[in-house]
Design a protein around this ligand. Structure first.
Ligand code: URP
Ligand code: ZN
Ligand code: ZN
Ligand code: ZN
Length: 469
C-alpha cells in the first residue's frame, strides 16, 4: 500500500445509521479500507500522507440528497443553480452525492432527456451525481425505454399527478408506468397532488382577486395531497409495484402512507427540511416576500411539522431530501407578482439539509443515528447506491464529513454558496457545522475552505431499491 494515496481520520466519533463508535478511519485510493478503535495496535500502525484530526467531532458519511433540480426548466424559466454551483453548495453543506431529475419533455424520448442532463452535468460537478428520470409522456416508447434506463443505472422514475399540461400523467398512464416498473425493478416516485382539482381552485382564486403568494398554500389543499397519495397507493397495489411518494408535507397524506406501511405494502415516503421548519406563516410574509416560499407540495400550517418529525421517528417516512429548486426573488419569483400561479415553484436548500436535520437532533426530534439514516443511508439504499454511498465501512467510497456538533452558525444568503439571491432560512441560528468534507478521499472542503473543483464529481450508475430485495 502506498502511503501517498492514504488518508487517516483520527479520534472522531464515527456515526452511521447503525452505530456510533470512537474510531479511526483509514482511506486509500478514494475508498474506506478500515475502521478501527484508536487504541488498537492495528490503527496506531497506519501511516498516511494526510492525517485529519477529528477529536471532539463526528465523522459521518457524506450526505445523499436524492431530490434536486439543477438547471431545471420550470415556470417559464430555469432553476438558478447550475451543476457547478449546486454541487459546490452541496459540498459546503456536507452532501457528497446528488440524485438530480433528468426531464423527458413532451414529445421527446427518455433518451433525449437523459442525454441532455448528462451534457449539463458532465465535467461540471464538484461531487458525485446520479439521475432519476421524470416521465412526462407515458406512451409505448417511453415504457420500453424505462427498461433500458433501469439496465444502465437510472432506476427510478418520477410521475406527476399535478401540473396538467406540463408533467401531468392521468391515472391510466400512471397505472401503465407502474405495471412496467413492477416488471423492470424501477421505483416509481410520485408527486401526489390532485392537479386538475387544484387548477380549478387556482383559476377561481385568481378570478376573485386572491392573487397573493399565501393563496398558493390555500388552494393546494391538504385533502388534495391526501387524496392523491391514497390514489397513488391504490394504483400501486393494483399494479403490484412499489411506490415512493416525494415531498410529503401534509399530516393527512402521511397518514395514508402510514396505513399502507402498517398493511405491509412496499410504500415509502420522503419529506424535506422546508416542511419541517417553515410554514404557511412564511407564505403570508408581506410585500410579496411570501413568493420566496412557494413550492409544491406547499408549506402547511405549523401543526403538520410535529406529524412529519413523528413520521421520521416511526419510519413512516424514510428519507429527507431537499427538492432543491432555486429561483431568484429578483426576476424569477417576481414573474408571479399579481398572480401567484405564475410564481416558479421551488425552494433553495441543498446546502443546509445536513445542518437543519442536525438541529432536529439538537431539538430532540430524532436521534443522531436516525439523522444519518434519513440523510445518508436510507436515500442510498432507496436508490441503489448503498453501501458505496451512505455509510462508512470498508469498501465504501470515502465520502465523509468531519462535523462539529457544537459550532453555531446563522444561515444567510450573504454567506451561502447557492446561486440564488435569498435564503429560505435567513437569520436562523443552527447548532452544528461541516468542517471538512471528503469526496472519494479527496478533501473538497478543508476546515471551511473550498478545495474541490467542478469536474471532480463523477456520474454514478445506480442499482435498484435495496428495500425490495
Ligand atoms: O415546487 C417544487 N417542488 N418544485 C420542483 C418540482 C417538483 O415538483 O418537485
Ligand atoms: Zn418492459
Ligand atoms: Zn414534485
Ligand atoms: Zn422536486
Amino acid at each position: 500500500m502506498s502511503e501517498a494515496s492514504r488518508t487517516v481520520v483520527r479520534g472522531g466519533l464515527v456515526v452511521t445509521a447503525a452505530d456510533e463508535v470512537h474510531a479511526d478511519v483509514l482511506i486509500e485510493d478514494g475508498r474506506v479500507v478500515a475502521v478501527a478503535a484508536p487504541e488498537t495496535e492495528f490503527a496506531a500502525g497506519w501511516s498516511a500522507a494526510r492525517q485529519i484530526d477529528a477529536r471532539g467531532r463526528y465523522v459521518i458519511p457524506g450526505g445523499v440528497d436524492a431530490h434536486t433540480h439543477l438547471e431545471f426548466p420550470f415556470g417559464g424559466t430555469f432553476s438558478s443553480d447550475t451543476f457547478a454551483s449546486g454541487t459546490t453548495a452541496a459540498a459546503w453543506g456536507g452532501t457528497t452525492t446528488l440524485v438530480d431529475f433528468a426531464v423527458q419533455s413532451r414529445g421527446y424520448t427518455l433518451r433525449d432527456g437523459l442525454d441532455a442532463w448528462h451534457a449539463k452535468a458532465q465535467g461540471n460537478c464538484a461531487i458525485d451525481y446520479a439521475f432519476h428520470m421524470i416521465v412526462s409522456d407515458v406512451n409505448e416508447r417511453s415504457l420500453r425505454e424505462m427498461d433500458l434506463l433501469v439496465a444502465e443505472g437510472v432506476t427510478s422514475f418520477k410521475l406527476f399527478m399535478a401540473y396538467p399540461g406540463v408533467f401531468y400523467s392521468d391515472d391510466g398512464q400512471i397505472l401503465r408506468a407502474m405495471q412496467h416498473g413492477a416488471r423492470n425493478g424501477g421505483l416509481v416516485m410520485m408527486h401526489a397532488e390532485n392537479g386538475p382539482a387544484i387548477d380549478v381552485l387556482v383559476e377561481q382564486a385568481v378570478a376573485e382577486g386572491r392573487t397573493d403568494p399565501r393563496h398558493h398554500g390555500e388552494v393546494r389543499r391538504t385533502l388534495l395531497e391526501a387524496e392523491a397519495t391514497h390514489r397513488a397507493i391504490a394504483l400501486a397495489r393494483v399494479a403490484d409495484c412499489p411506490l415512493y411518494v416525494v415531498h410529503v408535507s401534509a399530516a393527512e397524506a402521511l397518514a395514508e402512507l402510514a396505513r399502507a406501511r402498517d398493511a405491509g405494502l412496499p410504500v415509502f415516503g420522503e419529506t424535506c427540511p422546508q416542511y419541517l421548519f417553515l410554514s404557511v406563516d412564511n407564505l403570508a410574509e408581506p410585500d410579496f416576500e411570501g413568493a420566496k416560499y412557494v413550492c409544491s407540495t406547499p408549506l402547511r400550517p405549523r401543526e403538520h411539522q410535529a406529524a412529519l418529525w413523528r413520521g421520521l421517528r416511526t419510519d413512516d417516512l424514510q428519507v429527507v431530501s431537499t427538492d432543491h429548486c432555486p429561483f431568484c426573488f429578483a426576476g424569477q419569483k417576481e414573474l408571479g407578482r399579481g398572480d401567484f400561479s405564475k410564481i416558479p415553484n421551488g425552494l433553495p436548500g441543498v446546502e443546509h439539509r445536513m445542518d437543519l436535520l442536525h438541529q432536529g437532533v439538537v431539538d430532540g426530534h430524532i436521534s443522531r443515528r436516525r439523522w444519518i439514516d434519513i440523510a445518508c443511508a436510507a436515500p442510498a439504499r432507496m436508490f441503489g447506491l448503498y453501501p458505496r454511498k451512505g455509510t462508512i465501512a470498508p469498501g465504501s467510497d470515502a465520502d465523509l464529513v468531519i462535523y462539529d456538533p457544537r459550532a453555531s452558525q446563522v444561515i444567510s444568503a450573504r454567506t451561502h454558496h447557492m446561486s440564488v439571491d435569498y435564503s429560505a432560512y435567513e437569520g436562523r441560528e443552527v447548532t452544528g457545522r461541516c468542517e471538512t468534507v471528503l469526496s472519494r478521499g479527496e478533501v473538497v472542503i478543508d476546515r471551511r475552505t473550498f478545495t474541490g473543483r467542478a469536474g471532480h464529481g463523477r456520474y454514478v450508475p445506480r442499482g435498484t431499491c435495496a428495500y425490495l430485495h
